[in-house]
Ligand binder design. Structure first.
Ligand code: C2O
Length: 532
């Protein structure tokens, strides 16, 4: 039966074209016999069983930036060769290692190239600028390596907290272009989990992007883990520790590839996470050096997705290009909620910061007692229900260290704790009370001076360090350790240890570093933000 149906259909089609079934069959048979050549053009009309297909759209092939741990020896060799070739170019070549690093920052005050000292820190442009910078660097590195498949690897420091082996060994800058002698992490010590796990978790939990002065994913990520890792990898006097020298260390590029990867990871989490869509952000332009030795200018709008630049990260799906937010890059100046607790006396609670005297932050623990505003007690209790796992729309408690500033970045980090019991300093206790760290990388008076151009607050180096304390307080409440009338914030300096130094030497070095850094803050406040 099926045969007969198809035959009848066939006859109808053949009849419509004026051929008899026999003609058609004969023609078909002839076509199937290679010995008999096809009749000359034009061929008789004959319905083809498969209508002509439009050409398949080209499959966009993304280059994959791999985890540094998955590099095989051939790819590692390409990477080493690329770095070596770049380092051998004369500094005046825009593709040279020295020139590329100076685009980020340079200590050479006589260097006047307009491409120098461009890095964007403490603003919402942090992620986009560094993405563009990495993209053109990667193109130069690929050109220099002579390996057309070379891509920039990333260092996922959450999974591998120790500096990748290839960057430590051989420990010889001549034999190993990835080695940098001025780097604390060469000692093989692991980055602390409160920075690479806890701080990252806090940052990824943010649902808006804005950075800089406002409080969102970019600001959190830039502070810690990003900034803290700079300090911890570089250590005292280390190349990575200062904005003006950081990009000279080969690990800089892998650290930033990971920061760039986390931007994709953050977008992929959904829940309203998206890039800002206002023209003030999208129309920003940056100029970099490219692999021809010339310059290229890109708009933020054209580098918002990694796929748009032709790459993706190993194990991370490309975020949708449509991820544009209705939120703005620049914080809409909604009035902050009233202060719930503060280090200031009742009379000075709302005094403008320029009238508040700074409190120096040296290399010693600072415990700041807070006065709870009686009317805020109920709101504090509501924001910190004793059950962990707060709902998305629940209120949040923010601890703000206001008016922070420093002349130079200290060689150690300041960790911030809420209600840390006096005298108890075990790792578990510390982690239970930890809300985040104060980051000075890219935020000192020195940095503001050298990056003078393009900054909204040029010359002004004071910032607020904001921490989400909701989870910590809720956990303390669950454990019966939360008294809304006894809030205190502890700022605890921690110096990276160094195997070559005794603890006394580390302390002496840190005290000296603190003397030069001249860090201070003005006030500590707690505010309760209503849920969205
Ligand atoms: Cu512009 Cu991690 O630095």
């Amino acid at each position: 039966m099926p045969n007969r149906v198809s035959r009848r259909k066939f006859l109808w089609a053949a009849g419509a074209s004026g051929l008899t079934a026999a003609d058609a069959l004969a023609f078909g048979r002839r076509r199937c016999q290679p010995a008999v050549p096809c009749p000359p053009h034009p061929c008789p009309p004959f319905p083809h069983p498969i209508p002509p297909q439009p050409p398949a759209p080209p499959v966009p092939s993304l280059m994959i930036r791999p985890n540094v741990l998955s590099l095989d020896s051939a790819r590692l060799e390409s990477l080493r060769r690329g770095v070596m070739v770049m380092k051998a170019l004369p500094d005046s070549d825009r593709r040279s290692w020295a020139f590329q690093a100076a685009i980020h920052g340079t200590t050479d005050t006589s260097a006047t190239d307009p491409l120098f000292n461009q890095c964007k820190h403490g603003t919402v442009q942090f992620l986009a600028w560094h993405r563009g910078y990495l993209h053109f660097f990667e193109r130069i590195l690929r050109w220099a390596s002579g390996d057309p498949s070379l891509t920039l690897p990333f260092w996922d420091w959450t999974a591998a907290r120790v500096l990748p082996e290839a960057f430590r060994s051989p420990a010889d800058a001549k034999a190993n272009p990835l080695y940098e002698p001025l780097r604390k992490a060469n000692d093989g010590s692991a980055l602390p989990p409160d920075v690479v796990v806890d701080d990252l978790t806090t940052a990824l939990g943010q649902t808006t992007l804005p950075g800089g002065e406002s409080d969102g994913f970019s600001a959190d990520l830039e502070g810690s883990p990003h900034g803290l890792i700079h300090t911890l990898v570089g250590g005292p006097g280390g190349v990575m520790s200062k904005v003006a020298t950081a990009a000279n260390d080969p690990i800089f590029w892998l650290h930033h590839a990971n920061i760039d990867r986390l931007w994709d990871v953050w977008l992929n989490q959904g829940g309203g996470r998206a890039n800002p869509s206002d023209p003030g952000y999208l129309d920003q332009e940056y100029t970099f050096a490219d692999e021809t030795g010339g310059t290229s200018t890109v708009r933020v709008a054209s580098i918002l997705t990694s796929a748009g630049l032709g790459y993706a990260y190993e194990g991370v799906p490309s975020p949708a290009a449509s991820a544009a937010a209705t939120t703005r890059a620049t914080a809409t100046a909604a009035a902050p909620p009233p202060v719930a607790a503060t280090s200031a006396d009742a009379a000075d609670r709302a005094a403008p910061l320029d009238r508040v005297k700074p409190t120096p932050l040296g290399f010693e623990e600072k415990r700041v007692k807070l006065n709870t505003v009686p009317e805020a007690r109920a709101a504090l209790a509501r924001a910190t229900p004793p059950a962990v796992g707060a709902a998305a729309a629940a209120p949040t408690v923010k601890v703000i260290v206001e008016g922070v500033s420093a002349d130079a970045a200290p060689d150690f980090v300041f960790r911030v704790y809420v209600n840390l019991p006096e005298g108890e300093r075990g790792d578990a206790v510390l982690r239970r009370h930890y809300v985040g760290s104060i980051n000075f990388f890219g935020k000192t008076r020195q940095d503001r001076r050298s990056m003078g151009h393009g900054h909204a607050h040029a010359g002004e180096a004071e910032f607020d360090a904001t921490f989400d304390a909701t989870k910590v307080l809720a956990r303390l409440r669950t454990g019966g350790r939360f008294d809304p009338d006894a809030l205190a914030v502890t700022i605890l300096p921690t110096a990276p240890t160094a195997p070559a130094l005794t603890p006394a030497q580390v302390t002496a070095q840190s005290v000296e570093s603190a003397r030069q850094a001249k860090a201070s803050f003005k006030r500590v406040s707690v505010r309760v933000h209503a849920g969205k």
